[in-house]
Design a protein around this ligand. Structure first.
Ligand SMILES: [Zn+2]
Length: 283
């Protein structure tokens, strides 16, 4: 399965409601999991005619759609899935009219579905705080070139990237400890391992619920064991190069849009499937 999802791939993967139900089961419970009733690790098989699976060991029934947006809906699972697919793959968002047209449902149903999925998107996004091993780095971008005002006119950006996962970027007003702390605690799950450079404001991480390691860029050290910030730095390089080559004068006012666009692009390929499953699995 490729990272991005084409319409053709979507229908190959979810040809009917049964395939969709199996997927809900898979992402919410697993087709094989430790049974809540008999406590044995068991396979779960579809029960014909019901939206349920049964434990191969004790026969306990699991209804994977319970407590999801699909529960009690008269709209077919495949249509729900297709609606979520449109939300995940369309960059400009999906209007109710567009959903109505694409799904062949009433405008009222389309509106309600869109509303439910948008709610999920918000909740799912909050769920994806960064965890595991996270690289954090800050950089100065843009600004005017005359020496006196160069530094002042630059925008400071903080980048947080889960190794092998999502990148989060945001503009920060300064590089004070309090600013770093605000961003890190909002974006990174407790218990994560964090790599940074030697910037003094990262000292705050020494007394925090994180494992913290640094590299000393000032001493031309670029990795210390597992600690480096190379993934974030490679994003900075691409971002700065693109800005330098195509958008020479980005005003501070528009900077955020470019930053989001590039961050989105960086995450896009890896996220379509992940976001899709996250939305399907959301309560
Ligand atoms: Zn069981």
């Amino acid at each position: 399965m490729a990272a991005t999802l084409s319409v053709r791939q979507f229908f190959a993967r979810f040809p009917d409601d049964d395939a969709c139900l199996a997927h809900v089961m898979e992402v919410r419970y697993g087709l094989r999991h430790v049974c809540r009733k008999c406590s044995k690790e068991a396979s779960f098989h579809r029960i014909a005619g019901r939206k349920a699976f049964a434990c191969a060991q004790c026969g306990d029934h699991v209804y994977p759609c319970a407590d999801t947006i699909f529960q009690d809906s008269r709209t077919s699972l495949q249509l729900w899935f297709y609606a979520i697919f449109l939300f995940v793959t369309t960059r400009h968002g999906v209007s109710s009219r567009e959903l109505q047209r694409q799904l062949g449902v009433t405008l009222k149903t389309a509106w309600r579905m869109g509303h439910k999925i948008r709610e999920l998107t918000g909740r799912a996004d909050m769920k994806v705080m960064l965890n595991g091993h996270v690289e954090i780095d800050e950089t100065y971008v843009g600004g005017v070139s005359d020496r006196e005002n160069a530094f002042k006119s630059k925008t400071i950006v903080m980048g947080l990237k889960k190794r092998g996962g999502r990148l989060h970027t945001e503009i920060i007003p300064d590089t004070k400890k309090a600013t770093f702390e605000r961003v890190v605690t909002r974006q990174v799950q407790e218990g994560a391992t964090i790599s940074t450079d030697e910037h003094v404001s990262y000292n705050l991480l020494e007394i925090s619920p994180y494992e913290h390691g640094t590299v000393n860029h000032g001493a031309k050290e670029y990795a210390r064991g597992e600690h480096h910030v190379n993934s974030v730095e490679s994003f900075w390089r691409i971002f700065k190069l693109s800005i330098a080559s195509t958008h020479i004068h980005i005003s501070k006012q528009h900077f955020d849009k470019y930053l989001r666009e590039f961050t989105f692009r960086s995450n896009h390929r890896a996220r379509e499937n992940a976001m899709f499953d996250l939305l399907v699995a959301s309560l």
